[in-house]
Design a protein around this ligand. Structure first.
Ligand code: HEM
Length: 423
């Protein structure tokens, strides 16, 4: 390869794995527009990360995720450095996973475990949450009333409302929410010394202590829900059986962890990113105010616009030809949802935020058998908040610079200063 082509390739590869790319919408859009156009299946070999194929077109991602026997989840799920992969193996004594959750599983286990909770997450069952969600939305908009017309919408609303919803369905009382947030951050942020529990010098001891604390918390919750089942998802998991036997505590715990983590940052990023999009597109906000019946479409557009989950990986089990390349069995592929949802082959004016976009075949919730389990809940909770917010908010504008989390996996706003007037 000529030197300038090699430098170009290295630049692209660095950008794909650089967390800063995903905190800079213009850079992200430019990178992926080029990949979709010139290199839709791009062999990516950055320093310090095992190589993989970057898949950027909407149609290819759907095609790959549809074939879940030829492209599986277990071997590699998200972008991680080689050092982080080694770290997990050190902690687990050789295993590549800290916990085994739905997203890590393939069939036949995936189907069996997903079926345990899928009915609970379907719209007919979720109807029973309507009144509770409306009350929570009121409470959070009341908070805005109580503040003096200025706040950080992320810190004051978007982080806490989805957390409360998830904890409510997991049966965690409000006073334990901060503990849950701390424990999940400790597990997932254990490499960062600031996130470690006091006194732990080595990370293995740190993670084991956190997992133990999780186990004892949810162990008590499981015991309670076995004795006194309620109609929350915590009770469904606690009483789940496979082949006539209760699932183990480890499996139940993994289930709680995936719901707690998958359902939080994703929804809060969309809630905050949606408000920013409305403020930056006043004509769209006006359209939505004039026609509140557009809210369902608007929420879907917010999810497409933000695409908080930037990617998931699949691993090929057989050789596969794509755009003139042979993807070998064992190769991994990065499904770039953030790129797919701006694909000009699928979306008219992909870089425009339109509250009435229809159809809107985005794949921000993924596709195929792993399609987000919580998608109906996510849309329902965001819609409920916006119903309340838009009906009580008279005016809203940016009051400073927004800031984004630098992360390659789940990313969104970390700061959204707003100035507003209530009716
Ligand atoms: C899976 C996105 C909210 C629970 C996924 C996947 C994506 C995603 C991209 C992987 C799909 C694939 O591999 O094809 C989102 C977005 C959300 C959101 C954008 C909010 C806007 C939620 C909520 C919950 C949740 C609120 C839980 C209550 C899950 C679970 C899985 C999943 C359990 C694993 C499903 C499986 O592997 O079968 N989500 N999610 N998500 N999500 Fe969500």
């Amino acid at each position: 390869m000529p030197a300038d082509a090699a430098a170009d390739q290295a630049g692209i590869d660095r950008a794909i794995v650089d967390p800063r790319t995903y905190a800079d919408q213009a850079a992200c859009d430019a990178l992926f527009a080029r990949l979709r156009r010139e290199r839709p299946a791009h062999w990516t070999a950055p320093d310090s990360v095992r190589p993989f194929w970057t898949i950027s077109r909407h149609a290819d991602i759907k095609d790959i995720e549809r074939q879940n026997d030829r492209f599986i989840n277990d071997p590699r799920l998200v972008l991680t450095s080689i050092a982080d992969e080694e770290r997990v193996k050190r902690i687990t004594g050789g295993n590549h996973l800290l916990l085994r959750t739905l997203v890590n599983m393939d069939d036949p286990d995936h189907r069996v475990y997903r079926n345990l909770t899928q009915p609970w997450f379907m719209p007919p069952n979720l109807k029973k949450l309507e009144a509770g969600l409306a009350a929570l939305a009121r409470e959070f908009v009341d908070r805005l009333e109580d503040m003096d017309g200025e706040c950080d919408f992320v810190r004051d609303v978007a982080v806490w409302y989805p957390l409360r919803v998830i904890m409510m369905i997991l049966g965690v009382p409000r006073e334990d929410e901060a503990l849950m947030l701390k424990l999940t951050q400790e597990i997932f942020g254990a490499r960062d010394p600031d996130m470690r529990r006091g006194g732990d010098t080595d990370e293995k001891a740190h993670v084991s202590a956190t997992v133990k604390e999780f186990f004892s918390y949810f162990g008590a919750l499981i015991a309670d829900r076995r004795k006194n089942p309620k109609d929350d998802v915590a009770s469904v998991i606690a009483n789940a059986q496979i082949g006539g036997k209760p699932i183990s505590e480890f499996e139940a715990l993994s289930y709680y962890v995936i719901i707690a983590t998958a359902g939080h940052d994703t929804t809060s990023s969309t809630t905050a990113g949606g408000l920013l999009a409305l403020m930056q597109n006043p004509a769209e906000l006006a359209k939505l105010r004039a026609r509140p019946d557009l809210l369902r479409l608007a929420i879907d557009e917010m999810v497409r616009w933000v695409t908080p989950v930037k990617h998931f990986f699949r691993t090929a089990t057989v050789d596969h030809d794509l755009h003139g390349h042979t993807i070998r069995a064992g190769d991994s592929l990065m499904m770039c949802y953030a790129s797919a949802n701006r694909d000009e082959a699928v979306f008219a004016e992909p870089y425009a935020f339109k509250v009435d976009r229809a159809p809107n075949p985005h794949i921000a919730f993924g596709y195929g058998v792993h399609l987000c389990l919580g998608q109906h809940l996510a849309k329902m909770e965001i819609r409920t908040l916006y119903e309340e917010l838009l009906s009580r908010l008279e005016h809203v504008e940016l009051a400073g610079d927004p800031a984004w989390v630098e992360a390659t996996f789940v990313s969104g706003l970390k700061r959204l200063p707003i100035r507003y007037r209530m009716k």
